[in-house]
Design a binder for this molecule. Structure first.
Ligand code: FE2
Length: 163
């Protein structure tokens, strides 16, 4: 099926994020459960709760643009989750902690790109309220990335440097 208008691009992008966020609630729970490093563990749990709110917010966005909330399979998040599951089966301890932080960061970078584009596109198409809602989530994703980046740097300073 071709995507024949910016409007449709917006709808499909929202559907992919609606799918992504739903996969991420469980994924973030798993990350929190298996990570021992306290800052990262906390960042994962906190962002799991935030992700539940982001799903509700996406439903509001669909409503503002006059569409029913619907998911659309997104292979980026599926791949990130598959890769992580495989690594977690074969590794543990500090290595898994550090890997999990990086996985979280990759996910946030992806979401920031997706929300950033849709915030702009929704605004240009005249959906100001939808754009504001998307921007709110964008800021949360940026904040989550900051927390994880700090946890990663701290981890490297304390446990990797000077070994
Ligand atoms: Fe998110």
């Amino acid at each position: 099926m071709t995507t024949d208008s910016p409007e449709q691009l917006l709808v499909e992008g929202l559907q992919e994020l609606y799918y992504t966020e739903q996969q991420l609630v469980d994924a973030l729970q798993n990350l929190a459960d298996e990570t021992s490093e306290e800052n990262a563990k906390q960042a994962f749990s906190q962002h799991r709760d935030e992700t539940r709110e982001q799903i509700d917010r996406l439903e509001q966005v669909f409503e503002r643009i006059g569409e029913q909330p619907q998911t659309r399979e997104e292979r980026v998040v599926d791949s990130l989750i598959d890769e992580h599951e495989q690594f977690a089966q074969e590794n543990e301890g500090e290595v898994l902690d550090r890997y999990n932080i990086a996985t979280g960061q990759k996910t946030e970078h992806y979401e920031i790109a997706a929300y950033g584009n849709l915030t702009s596109l929704a605004g240009k198409l005249g959906y100001d309220e939808a754009s504001d809602l998307l921007e709110k989530t964008l800021r949360e994703e940026e904040h989550a990335l900051d927390e994880l980046s700090q946890a990663g740097e701290q981890f490297d300073e304390q446990r990797v440097a000077g070994d």
